[in-house]
Design a protein around this ligand. Structure first.
Ligand code: ADP
Ligand code: ADP
Ligand code: MG
Length: 654
């Protein structure tokens, strides 16, 4: 076994790899960029080497600098994690060339699976079912149109070099094909430097079911069952589980065996994932692509098998045989993983940056995180804060565990998708296991209801109590200032901002009993307990146990998976009205779509531009109704943080 390895990655996956290495008595070397000098993965490692600037291309994608760091520190092997250089054939070869073991598959296997068309052809030859379609070299638009017509609509156009859910177009009718093809090729060339596409049948009611495989250098190959990753937004995974709900044992076995066939055909060693698209009605499955690395969602497999996949990766890379034979690999219970992102679902999932001022996870859940309290989410990397992973004896128990875990999670300082994730576990269809890749889009009204992030009675009561005596005032609880004291009773009128709405509350408090009037509704809350974080109140005969974190200006309430922020108008005003009709870039990025022109009149909230930043697409909307006065950007422009994107002359402006 190695005595020291270098981890060529950052964030949660770097930390997760170090945990196993540490348990196995292997020393770890971290690499880091300017932006990560104090990051958790650097703090965790035995040694750390600075490799360059904040942008990935100046650091985590600089293979040479990473190999130099390994040489300098005497590391014997390099673990690439996921993303970055993990599927870079050239990097795998350079490691070998420098006498370092690349903890991953052989470069030939990375190469063979690197492009979707070639991968499909190889799989087809190995006897693995592939999605019917055209994956040849002829890229002539007329010819491709003919192929699409032959396959039958709907079809998917896919960039062969695509990834991360990008470079795909769904085409429903022949008449829409030409335009979709052109736009897909443009995006493919821009994002991946390769305009080549393939055409495939769009599978009916698709489920994304992938098989975890492992091979070793002695010719052994096994599968560690499957994961269902059908809960997706824009073809990107949001929530994963193992095993796939409702999958007949016969199908599980057929998928596993098809995957092992593929591993053997490729002479594949180390961890890999074979992604299949499955018809939810017939359970028919087809190969989509292979990821030749450890997957983001590997923990759900670890939970149901009780195995440590990173340990297996290290053993295989060190030349050992696979630790277990197929028949000895257990499959117990059910596991879920939720990806907690710094993003605001209520504003088109806009990525968020900022410092994490509170971070609490329930001890019952496994949490893989790359950050701790006081760390920041920056513009430079993926906005994932943590993965929350739970296990239960069956799917229902695991779902309950996840609901509890999400209800007990507290992240303050930036907006997250926590409530959105919690809402998934409130859906009957989801609990019944009726998942397919259209689930999120179909249930959008329930996952992102009008009430998203807005207070219900409980949150109003908690906020009222908070502002009657915010912790920063440091006084005893009922000392709300003499101004409001009247016959031992305190009454105060409060205006609270929640998103862009103002709420007017009248709060009367006497001996720990709060009477709240809001919008003509009246309700009572009895305060039982309060400390710097927790609040316990009794409302309508039921106990409400919540977390309320804030100061004299603002409070964020975490109540059963709901996350509600309320602030006094002064605090909100500064954020809201800065700029008026001037719309500026919220972060550096690239313009990928311009939806309006100069002189157009627009409604408040109307989408104006699509921007890509932090690997996400975001919609820039009109902040007020009026006429577009200035629009100094075009598609493909690179914009800096704060750059003017558009200006709107308000309707009421003279
Ligand atoms: P999966 O199929 O496992 O979800 P994807 O194919 O969607 O994985 O890609 C994983 C993505 O994770 C990478 O493309 C990259 O955008 C992102 N990524 C890479 N490294 C990191 C990291 N250290 N922390 C968070 N995200 C990362
Ligand atoms: P990426 O490299 O971006 O991960 P994939 O080929 O794995 O691309 O596809 C990503 C997602 O797109 C899948 O998880 C699935 O939701 C959807 N998808 C891909 N191919 C098909 C298909 N033939 N029919 C239906 N949905 C598909
Ligand atoms: Mg994929």
């Amino acid at each position: 076994m190695f005595s020291k390895i270098l981890i060529a990655n950052r964030g949660e996956i770097a930390c997760r790899i170090m945990e196993t290495a540490r348990r196995m008595g292997i020393k770890t070397v971290a690499v880091y960029s300017d932006a990560d000098a104090r990051a958790r993965h650097v703090r965790m490692a035995d040694e750390a080497v600075h490799i360059g600037g904040a942008a990935s291309k100046d650091s985590y994608l600089k293979g040479d600098a990473i190999i130099d760091a390994a040489r300098l520190t005497g590391a014997e092997a390099v673990h690439p994690g996921y993303g970055f250089l993990s599927e870079n054939e050239g990097f795998a070869r350079s490691c070998a060339g420098a006498g370092l073991v690349f903890i991953g598959p052989p470069p030939e296997a990375i190469n063979a699976m690197g492009l979707k068309d070639r991968a499909k052809a190889i799989m087809q030859q190995a006897g693995v079912p592939v999605v019917p379609g055209y994956q040849g070299d002829n890229q002539e638009p007329k010819f491709l149109q003919g192929q699409a017509d032959r396959i039958g609509y709907p079809v998917l156009i896919k960039a062969v070099a695509g990834g991360g859910g990008k470079g795909m177009r769904l085409v429903e009718r022949s008449a829409d094909f030409a335009e979709a093809l052109a736009s897909c090729q443009r995006e493919a060339l821009n994002s991946f430097g390769n305009a080549h596409v393939l055409i495939e049948k769009y599978v009916n009611r698709p489920r994304h079911v992938e098989v975890q495989v492992f091979g070793d250098s002695h010719g052994n190959a096994v599968y560690l069952y499957e994961r269902d990753c059908s809960l997706q937004r824009r073809h990107q995974k949001v929530l994963e589980e193992a095993p796939a709900p409702g999958l007949p044992a016969k199908v599980r076995k057929a998928m596993g065996e098809a995957s092992v066939k593929a591993v053997k055909a490729l002479k594949y060693a180390n961890a890999g994932t074979i992604e299949f698209i499955m018809d939810a009605d017939t359970h028919e499955f087809f190969f989509m692509e292979m990821n030749t690395r450890l997957q983001v969602e590997h923990p759900v497999t670890e939970m149901v098998t009780g195995l440590d996949l990173v340990e297996w990766q290290l053993r295989v890379a060190a030349g050992e045989a696979l630790p277990l034979a197929q028949k000895d690999i257990p499959l117990n219970g059910h596991a879920f993983e939720a990806r907690l992102y710094a993003e605001d679902p209520a504003s088109g999932f806009l990525p968020q940056t900022g410092r994490i001022t509170s971070l609490i996870f329930p001890p019952e859940a496994r949490v893989d995180a790359g950050v701790e309290r006081d760390d920041s989410v920056t513009i430079f990397y993926d906005p994932m804060i943590a993965k929350i992973i739970v296990h239960g004896n069956d799917r229902a128990a695991a779902a309950r565990a996840m609901r509890d875990a999400l209800a007990g999670t507290v992240v303050n300082g930036l907006v997250t998708n926590q409530e959105f994730l919690a809402n998934v576990f409130g859906q009957k269809d989801f609990i019944a296991g009726a998942v397919d890749t259209g689930f999120i889009a179909r249930h959008e009204a329930d996952l992102l209801p009008q009430s998203y992030g807005r207070p219900g009675r409980e949150e109003l009561a908690l906020a009222a109590i908070h502002f009657m005596s915010p912790p920063a005032m440091d006084g005893d609880l009922w000392n709300c200032g003499d101004n409001w004291r009247l016959n031992g009773m305190l009454t105060r009128s409060l205006t609270l901002m929640n998103r862009d709405h103002a709420l007017v509350l009248t709060v009367t408090c006497r001996d720990g009993a709060y009477e709240i009037e809001a919008d003509g509704r009246r309700f009572t809350a009895l305060l039982y307990h309060r400390d710097a974080r927790h609040m316990t109140v009794m409302m309508n005969g039921a106990k409400v146990d919540a977390v309320a974190i804030g100061d004299a200006q603002a409070v964020t309430i975490f109540n059963k998976g709901r996350v509600v922020r309320m602030a006094l108008p002064v605090a909100e005003a500064a954020e809201d009205h800065a700029g008026g009709g001037r719309i500026t870039a919220p972060m550096p990025g690239r313009i990928v779509g311009v939806l309006v022109g100069r002189g157009d009149s627009v409604a408040k909230g109307q989408p104006l531009l699509i921007m890509e930043a932090m690997k996400m697409e975001m919609t820039i909307r009109a902040t007020l109704a009026g006429e577009i006065e200035d629009l100094p950007v075009a598609v493909n422009d690179q914009v800096v943080d704060g750059a003017l994107l558009a200006s709107i002359k308000g309707e009421n402006a003279a």
